[in-house]
Design a binder for this molecule. Structure first.
Ligand SMILES: Nc1ncnc2c1ncn2[C@@H]1O[C@H](COP(=O)(O)OP(=O)(O)OP(=O)(O)O)[C@@H](O)[C@H]1O
Ligand SMILES: [Mg+2]
Length: 255
């Protein structure tokens, strides 16, 4: 497998369980910093479970546990405060999920509220504008910041969720099929945004959409039945897969 110098994440013999069921099997991989890594593979192969290990969401599922190591730079995240891990490693889900009772402005600052951090108004204003600009949403919402986030379109709501994740200045953004609920135009906007964001934040994105992975990702990790079968530069994995199962998936033999 491709070796990565100075990775932001490194797992060693990572296994993840739901009670007795082993969903992730002995995964050793390094995730490159400030790149987009696509996580691919057939339904049920462990993509969501894998990324949820990386910010310690996995352990919130009753009966779930992890063995092995996960390092964020040189720090063992399994020994860190999970709240700190989740601040450094943000997440965007498949369905846009802005907090329904909060305004756009409050949604962007929700991470600070959860952390119990109170910000002076000027600082809060600056964080909101900065995060919404990074999420390519500022121009569309700057005059309606105090309306509910849920009145926005699906694509705008997803960019609001990206802004909310970016507001606490994470080092990594995990995205679980972030465009699968969106129309093609909103999908393209998010793809463009992902490509822009990678200069400041490392992105790990689960996607079933091969053309999308080809357009936006630098590296691809291919999972099959909980194992990491292949990892490498996307162009190489796509054009010259080393494992027959990767090739079968890429040529649509199973989905
Ligand atoms: N909460 C849970 N309890 C028990 N088993 C689970 C749970 N969540 C997932 N699994 C099992 O773990 C395996 C991996 O699931 P996971 O959701 O990570 O797959 P995935 O690759 O993200 O699939 P999809 O493409 O359908 O989203 C599957 O066999 C699934 O049934
Ligand atoms: Mg999934």
């Amino acid at each position: 497998m491709t070796s990565i110098k100075n990775p932001i994440f490194r797992t060693e013999d990572l296994c993840a369980y739901y009670r007795d069921f082993m969903a992730i099997k002995h995964v050793t991989v390094s995730i490159p910093e400030k790149k987009v890594t696509a996580v691919m593979g057939p339904s049920g192969c462990g993509k969501t479970t894998f990324i949820r290990c990386l910010n310690r969401l996995h352990e919130l599922t009753p009966g779930a546990r992890i063995t092995g190591k996960i390092y964020l730079r040189d720090k063992d995240i399994l020994k860190m405060d999970p709240i700190v891990v989740r601040r450094k490693v943000g997440m965007v889900f498949q369905r846009p999920n802005p907090f329904p009772t909060m305004t756009i402005y409050e949604n962007v600052l929700a991470g600070y509220k959860l952390l119990g951090i109170r910000l002076p108004k000027e600082v809060a204003d600056r964080i909101v504008e900065d995060a919404l600009r990074k999420a390519a949403l500022w121009d569309e919402v700057k005059d309606v910041l105090h309306r509910r986030g849920t009145f926005l379109s699906g694509g705008q709501q997803q960019r609001l969720c990206i802004a909310r994740a970016l507001a606490v200045k994470p080092e990594v953004l995990l995205m679980d099929e972030p465009t699968s609920a969106l129309d093609p135009k909103a999908t393209l906007q998010i793809e463009n945004l992902i490509v822009e964001l990678k200069s400041t934040v490392t992105i790990v994105i689960v996607t079933h959409n091969m053309p999308q992975a080809g357009r936006i990702s630098d590296y691809t990790a291919f999972f099959y039945l909980g194992e990491l079968i292949e990892f490498g530069p996307t162009a190489e994995v796509f054009t010259n897969p080393k494992d027959p199962r990767t090739e079968e998936y890429l040529t649509g033999k199973f989905s």
